[in-house]
Ligand binder design. Structure first.
Ligand SMILES: Cc1cc2nc3c(=O)[nH]c(=O)nc-3n(C[C@H](O)[C@H](O)[C@H](O)COP(=O)(O)OP(=O)(O)OC[C@H]3O[C@@H](n4cnc5c(N)ncnc54)[C@H](O)[C@@H]3O)c2cc1C
Length: 404
């Protein structure tokens, strides 16, 4: 957004509570690699230019990539500046930070979609003998005391942590709810290539039938490894991870799991088949049949006949629970009445329901790719155009100033 505003000669500052790339520096686990291939690390006027476009950046490389970008575009970042309160005043906004106040006509909220780990409400009923961890605190299996681990959530984070923790010697049980299964490679191409080339990632927010649902979809079960491996439930079962259904509740110290595991997996298999079918017909329509490998289908997800429905958390079998149940944004500092009942900013494609307020980086904000690094460029371009028009109409004219 800063790059797009500079290109449009809009005076602005970027307030950052810590350092550039803070979430990547402080909230990610050690082994994490991006699940998006390097060629997909694209930002306005900037892209990955290394010699491994099909590889997946490790976090330190991504941090360097983002730090370099901030320097390259001379982004006016004020680091160590925490926004404590944002309120509407007169014709604009007042920002209270721990470094003083700012007044501005327009504000872009780019504080991220993943500030807080979303822990189910039954989390408070976990017996005190069981340690709980969120992915934001998890760094490596070294943190985990000997014994069994229950990983709650089987999307990208959950499957990656279940795999790593199980391989390190802790028997893992994985709670599987709604999930999106996908092969890493399909017909010799990365699944992200198919999503991108076929135009699926560019699908707009005003083109989908059920936007609320699209904005709540879990991440695809993907991992970025040098070997470009597919990590799905079958791969996890094959190393000994036990699958159970969605965590439905915890009563008297006993975790209860949904009995719908087989159905959930069958549904995910069906949806994956439909997605691959759509890629096949796109490839046919675009004359690619002879240039790529023939279609294949993955075997169905293997689920045992009667998966466990209960697990006594007080028995000592489980020593640690990892909540891989999603993330949510933190708007505790936002004192403008734009939040809906679920605590999400009400907006139309990033144009918030408060004059001159914008939001970026949320799931399906304007496009299916919006919450990816690669989604920021198009969204920031659109929203900065909107912002320029807003300021042109504004009276009195735009001003940005620290309040002395
Ligand atoms: C585990 C995980 C893996 C991911 N993997 C991928 C991937 O492989 N590929 C991909 O494209 N995307 C991935 N994503 C999504 C990725 O995080 C986003 O695409 C990207 O980080 C969004 O950038 P952002 O700047 O909008 O938000 P963030 O990176 O979250 O940055 C928000 C910034 O705002 C700052 N901030 C927050 N509140 C305040 C405040 N009150 N005052 C001042 N500053 C504040 C934070 O310190 C932070 O630096 C992943 C996300 C997670 C959680």
């Amino acid at each position: 957004m800063s790059c797009c505003l500079s290109e449009r000669s809009i005076a602005h500052v970027v307030l950052e509570r810590a350092e550039v790339a803070n979430a990547w520096k402080t909230e990610r686990w050690e082994s994490l690699r991006l699940l998006t291939p390097n060629w997909q690390s694209r930002l306005p006027n900037y892209r990955y230019e290394g010699d491994d476009p099909d590889g997946y950046q490790a976090v330190p490389e991504l941090i360097e990539f983002l730090d370099r970008y901030a320097r390259l575009i001379s982004a006016p970042v004020r680091t160590q500046t925490n926004v404590i309160a944002l309120s509407r005043v007169d014709d604009g906004y007042l920002l209270n930070t721990d470094q003083g106040e700012w007044r501005c006509r327009t504000v872009v909220i780019a504080t991220g979609a993943c500030n807080i780990a979303a822990v189910p409400s039954c989390g408070s009923a976990v017996p005190s003998t069981v340690r709980t961890l969120t992915p934001m605190r998890y760094r490596s299996p070294r943190q985990i005391e000997p014994g069994g681990v229950l990983v709650v959530g089987a999307s990208a984070t959950g499957i990656q942590l279940a795999d790593e923790i199980h391989r390190s010697g802790h028997p893992v049980t994985l709670c599987v709810g709604d999930h999106i299964r996908a092969p890493r490679l399909y017909r010799g191409k990365d699944i992200q290539w198919w999503m991108d080339a076929s135009g699926l990632f560019d699908q707009r927010y005003d083109q989908v039938e059920d936007l609320t649902r699209a904005r709540r979809l879990p991440s695809m079960q993907l991992v970025g490894t040098p070997e470009r491996l597919t990590l799905d439930l079958n791969a996890l079962s094959s190393i000994g991870v036990k699958l159970v259904g969605r965590l439905a509740g915890i009563r008297d110290g006993t975790a209860q799991f949904s009995g719908a595991l087989r159905n959930q997996c069958a549904l995910a298999d069906l949806k994956m088949g439909r997605l691959l079918d759509s890629f096949d017909s796109w490839a046919r329509d675009h004359g690619l049949e002879d240039q790529i490998e023939p279609p294949i289908r993955l075997p169905p997800t293997d689920v045992e006949e009667s998966p466990r429905l209960e697990l006594n958390l007080a028995s000592g079998e489980i020593k640690t629970i990892v909540w891989a149940s999603g993330y949510r944004p933190d708007y505790s500092w936002l004192h403008v009445p734009v939040l809906d009942r679920k605590g999400q900013i009400r907006h139309d494609g990033g144009v918030a329901e408060s004059p001159g307020m914008y939001v970026l980086g949320l799931q399906f904000l304007r496009r299916r790719k919006s919450a990816f690094i690669d989604g920021a460029a198009d969204d920031a371009n659109d929203l900065s155009d909107h912002l320029v028009h807003y300021l042109k109409r504004a009276d009195p004219p735009h001003r940005l100033a620290p309040v002395c």
